[in-house]
Design a protein around this ligand. Structure first.
Ligand code: HAM
Length: 415
């Protein structure tokens, strides 16, 4: 039997209904912040991701040559495509530009719970503004989105990658090798980061300093320990966040991010209940447009790992009940089947979600099927009742039945 490829999943109707429901909530929240949806191709020229995503993403890239010998990659994330789209089509639009997207991304990772090779991101980019308010607006939207799904237990951590980049450069890490060091620090692999930096000629004391910077974690009081202007900047971001009602955030200069394009504020949200793959959201401020042939434009964005956040709310006990349909129409005898077809058509035209027995089942079996498709009502069409222009309406949860004139069915079912 052929199975779906490793790290991918099929989504059956109940699962799909649930996913659409929660996606709808995220979509709604993005709308309340004035963001509008965009869609970019699932595959792009591989170069788009090779230019600046960093070693983490590159080694996981699904890249191949197409029949025209072009280097193509399935998108591992959607920020680079969104900025390419901006450079190609929107660079003259009034700033700031606020866009969001939802779709699948591909990374050749080792699959495990919460980590897939095909996964879904709900993300947003605010393009063309570089103020503390901008960063706060984006974080506030991520916070509102996570809240809109009802997740209770999670941590929001905000840092500033510029501080760490500066520190690493000052310590003597060559510019073109910074990503290697950051990659180790992102994963907190200090044992591997130390020899790597020693090889680059970084002094032991500087390495200790770098490590202790990544362990600067706490409330707003730790901002006093942030060197340069970054501390002030983050203080202003936090001020706007507090004004917008974003609570319980942590300052953490160890937020490094796995992608290479961030320049300033960075943030992550994690749900501890998920164990190893607990990061449910990540983002920050960056510039990419100049790499894709446009002018340098500052942007801030984030992406929520949609699959992971759904796992997290389930772990907290949230259960989604599939809605099912309003009515299931069944015939008592063969001679009324055409009338049943007419009735179901009338219900659908009136906006009732309705199904009809297509297999000529006996009433008992047809009612069982009505339960399995979660119909709220069964509409039982019988010759005797039809003579009076009526059908039997059965409430599937109580089993109560009554006669209803055919013309009144939609209003009775929808009330
Ligand atoms: P990222 O942190 O690489 O950032 O991915 C965002 C989220 O996608 C992660 O926090 C995680 O929840 C989810 N995710 C990543 N890999 C997997 C996987 N293999 N399986 C399941 N979920 C996964 C970005 O992609 C940036 N583009 C975010 C951004 C937007 N930054 C600025 N704008």
């Amino acid at each position: 039997m052929i199975q779906c490829p490793r790290g991918t999943r099929d989504f059956l109707p109940d699962e799909m209904e649930k996913r659409r429901f929660y996606e709808g909530r995220l979509r709604h929240t993005a709308g309340t912040f004035g963001f509008r949806e965009v869609e970019t191709p699932i595959f792009e020229d591989a170069e788009l991701f090779i230019l600046r995503s960093g070693p983490n993403v590159l080694k996981e890239l699904y890249a191949f040559k197409d029949k025209g010998d072009r280097e193509i990659a399935l998108r591992p994330e959607m920020t680079a495509p969104a900025i390419r789209m901006f450079v190609n089509n929107m660079s003259n639009d009034p700033k700031p530009i606020k866009v969001f997207y939802f779709g699948q991304c591909f990374r050749y990772e080792r699959p495990q719970s919460g980590r897939y090779r095909e996964f879904f991101q709900f993300g947003a980019e605010l393009i063309g503004s570089a103020t503390p308010e901008t960063d706060a607006e984006v974080i506030a939207m991520a916070y509102a989105m996570i809240g809109s799904l009802g997740l209770r237990e999670y941590k929001l951590r905000i840092g500033h990658i510029g501080v760490l980049r500066q520190k690493i450069a000052d310590a003597g890490v060559p510019r073109d090798r910074a990503a290697e060091v950051l990659q180790k620090l992102d994963k907190k692999l200090y044992d591997e980061a130390r020899p790597l930096m020693e090889d680059m000629g970084v002094a032991g004391a500087d390495i200790d300093d770098i490590f202790s910077l990544t362990e600067t974690v706490g409330g707003t009081e730790v901002l006093d320990r942030v060197p340069g202007e970054a501390g002030d900047y983050l203080r202003r971001v936090v001020g706007f966040l507090e004004a917008m009602g974003v609570r319980d955030l942590e300052i953490d200069l160890g937020v490094v991010r796995g992608l290479d394009y961030y320049t300033g504020m960075v943030f992550e949200a994690e749900a501890p209940s998920l164990g190893a793959e607990k990061q449910i959201c990540g983002g920050g401020s960056y510039t990419l447009s100049e790499l894709f042939g446009g002018e340098k434009v500052f942007s801030t964005g984030f992406a929520i790992g949609f699959d992971r956040i759904l796992l997290a709310i389930e772990k907290e006990g949230q259960v989604y009940e599939p809605r099912g349909i309003d009515a299931y129409v069944l015939s008592v005898s063969e001679d009324v089947r055409l009338r049943a077809a007419e009735i179901v058509a009338g219900l659908r035209a009136a906006g009732v979600s309705a199904d009809v027995d297509l297999m000529g089942r006996k009433m008992g079996k047809a009612l069982k099927h009505a339960s399995s498709v979660r119909a709220r009502y069964a509409v039982i069409v019988g010759a005797k009742e039809l003579e009076e222009g009526a059908v039997t309406l059965r409430d599937m949860s109580t089993g109560e039945q009554c006669l209803v004139p055919v013309g009144e069915l939609p209003s009775r079912i929808l009330c």
